[in-house]
Design a protein around this ligand. Sequence first.
Ligand SMILES: [Zn+2]
Ligand SMILES: [Zn+2]
Length: 250
Amino acid sequence: MKLTVVGCSGSFPSAESACSSYLIEADGFRLLLDMGNGALGELQRHIGLYDLDAVLLSHLHADHCIDMVAYFVARYYRHDGGMPAAIPVYGPEGTERRLARAYGEMPDEKCMSEVFNFHTLTPGRFRLGPFAVVTDLVSHPVEAYGFRIEHAGKVITYSGDTGPCDTLRALAEGTDLFLCEASFTLGKEDIPELHLNGREAGEHANRAGAGRLVLTHIPPWTDPGINLNDARDVFDGPVDIAEPGAVYDL
Ligand SMILES: [Zn+2]
Ligand SMILES: [Zn+2]
């Protein structure tokens, strides 16, 4: 399994990075987790525009899904070769409606589903190409999921956006790589059921027995070095700050 960080800026893009988007590849299958602001441009540094096989959307905040509107345009109005076959898109209840509203006036009501085959997420487990995907609800003001992606004995867990919660620890149990949000700074921001700080991300990684922690979704106004140190205070394994273009081979 190969993970590429497409975009990792939290809440809004930075000068260096698009918002949340992570490419996971195995056996020639290309799965994208989230497609936040600016991610579609960055994605083309790594794969062709039409090479994606499936998309998982953790929740419907703009910094995790809004470039799906741009991707709809790229697929629906493709000039060379015509409209590509629909790819599966998994998201919370109302994903198609949310994206259609963001697009605005549609040529017709059904056109988004001509290029995206929408599936509504629920907590559980399903097969997606070569992957086993486990989903569960995490702690955020809107319906939001964390994802556990399994392939050939290796596991990547992605927190999505969440405050501290036991479902996240359970999803990350024994994970090889834990891609965990750390939006807040310890002692500075403390809003319940919204985001984690560096220390809380480290605590979840520690309790889950994660092999490696990659801190992500750090907003431009947050000092990543503080969150890195706070995570290292409570988690003994390797900890990185996600960087656009970073690749992890598992
Ligand atoms: Zn977010
Ligand atoms: Zn969010």
